[in-house]
Design a protein around this ligand. Sequence first.
Ligand SMILES: [Zn+2]
Length: 112
Amino acid sequence: MNIQKLECPNCHAALDSDYGNEGIFFCKYCGQKMIVEEMQNAEYDLKIRKMEMDHETEKIELEHKQQNIQSAYEQEKMAADYKFRTTTIFACIFLLVFIFVVMLIALMITSI
Ligand SMILES: [Zn+2]
């Protein structure tokens, strides 16, 4: 339970609860009209909920960032793998052609 002192924000006089009608108070000393909010607990809950949601949003954003980094890493890895494979295939083809040419030359020399 939250008990708060009712006082006039204008003259700081204590407010009589009898003067309150549906949250509207009149200061009997200076005539100040005020609205006492009973929403404090609800506002507090709302604030907490908003903070939780912000936290949740930050968490989701962080997860997205991590996923992006992960996928970027995977793409880089795939590109590197592809490059390695292509280079290996070209090297093999070059080697086969080289061996074929050498054998052809050797055959020509022996047939002369
Ligand atoms: Zn007052």
